[in-house]
Design a protein around this ligand. Structure first.
Ligand SMILES: *Cc1c(COP(=O)(O)O)cnc(C)c1O
Length: 387
């Protein structure tokens, strides 16, 4: 029987009491060495592993705790295999390194996560991999494809500016060619968006964000479909960037309550946005769940919800310095990177970031605080701009 999302987040990848009783959560298995009952077992497991089977053979190759998290993500993302990495950025780097080789061409959206762009510009480009950044969204992909293109890579929605791309249209544009489509699905995880079900080959998630949910760990995942899972997994086994069982446990714990936190945080964000939209200093809000957002129709078709991360754009006469002052004056919003935790955060970005040229911009992450308090805080910080 297939279950709905909230049910799945609670039940996915749980152990069953095998011997009459058992814990609710998978145990934290801390180990480097894994012991075998005899040499024949060791040899046969090594052979099975080399053929791609996931087995508990050595600590850095995964433990029952990390396997439980991988299985949960494979089911939520509807892929065939998930690999875990020490950060979201490490997961992105793995996809680039595994998929691309010198001479290849990669098409990357202009609105990808900034540090991912840094890997492309400063590492891949220096090694003979041509990285082309496309502005303007999915319509641009088809006509920029080349014989050497091997990867199309995007964040959906785009980082900071929240543009939405049509992944089914991108999948159609590359169909029949040796090109993989990889999507950074951090905004839509867990469960709001499923790139693999829409034609992408790889979905990357910074577990650091809503899944961890408490700003206390960093981790990333790569979930792949049948087309590329074996290759990504084989390369992950060469590098062995493993995650600790303690952090995998915390991520699984975060996953169980993610729907409750995200539902509440989304409602709080909606209240803050409704208030901001009526404020004379605010030009617009960049958030795909708004009907006025240019990507709203695709969001509505392909996503099953929104989270609590969005950007506000000030009226054109508000300078970057004033936007910085606004953020500095906020008392309940921390100034800091990352998001998806229980607490509210704010950051400004310089003009030109991710192709943005439309006025001073502040990215807000709305946490679990009472939205009336958050609105009062924003109001006092905006009032100070008028004087
Ligand atoms: C935070 C983030 C990442 C990187 O995750 P880390 O665990 O911080 O390395 C990647 N993509 C997006 C969209 C993010 O917001």
């Amino acid at each position: 029987m297939t279950h709905r999302d909230k049910t799945r987040l609670v039940h996915v990848s749980r152990t069953r009491p095998a011997e009459g009783t058992g814990p609710v959560n998978p145990p934290i298995v801390r180990t480097s060495t894994v012991l075998y009952k005899d040499m024949a077992t060791l040899r046969s497991m090594a052979v099975r592993r080399s053929r791609g089977e996931r087995l508990f053979t050595y600590g850095i190759r995964g433990t029952p705790t990390t396997f439980a998290l991988e299985d949960a993500l494979t089911e939520i993302e509807q892929g065939s295999r998930t690999m875990l990495f020490p950060s979201g950025l490490a997961a992105i780097a793995h996809v680039f390194l595994s998929v691309l080789k010198p001479g290849d061409h990669a098409l990357l959206a202009e609105t990808i996560y900034g540090p991912a762009r840094g890997i492309a510009e400063h590492y891949l480009a220096e090694r003979g991999i041509e990285c082309e950044f496309y502005p303007g969204g999915h319509e641009e992909v088809g006509r920029r494809l080349r014989p050497a293109t091997r990867l199309v890579y995007l964040d959906n929605p785009g980082s900071i500016v929240f543009d939405v791309q049509d992944v089914p249209a991108i999948a159609k544009a590359v169909a029949g060619r040796d090109i993989l489509v990889a999507v950074d699905n951090t905004w839509g995880a867990p469960g709001l968006y499923r790139p693999l079900a829409l034609g992408a080959d790889i979905s990357i998630v910074a577990i650091t964000k809503y899944i961890a949910g408490h700003s206390d760990l960093a981790m990333g995942s790569v979930t792949a479909n049948d087309r590329c899972a074996d290759r990504l997994w084989a390369d992950a086994n060469l590098f062995c960037e493993s995650v600790s069982p303690d952090e995998a446990y915390l991520a699984l714990r975060g996953l169980r309550t993610a729907a409750a936190r995200m539902t509440m945080q989304q409602a709080h964000a909606a209240a803050v946005i409704r208030w901001l939209e009526r404020h004379p200093l605010i030009d617009r809000i960049l958030y795909p769940a708004l009907e006025t957002h240019p990507g709203h129709a695709i969001w509505k078709r392909d996503f099953c919800g929104a989270n609590s991360l969005f950007s506000l754009v000030f009226r054109p006469d508000i300078t970057q310095q004033q936007a910085n002052r606004f953020v500095d004056r906020l008392e309940l919003f921390g100034i800091g990177a990352s998001w998806g935790g229980f607490e509210s955060l704010a950051l400004t970005y310089p003009q030109g970031v991710n192709g943005w040229s439309g006025g001073s911009l502040v990215r807000l992450h709305i946490g679990l605080e009472d939205p009336a308090d958050l609105i009062a805080d924003i109001e006092q910080a905006l009032d100070a701009l008028d004087t």
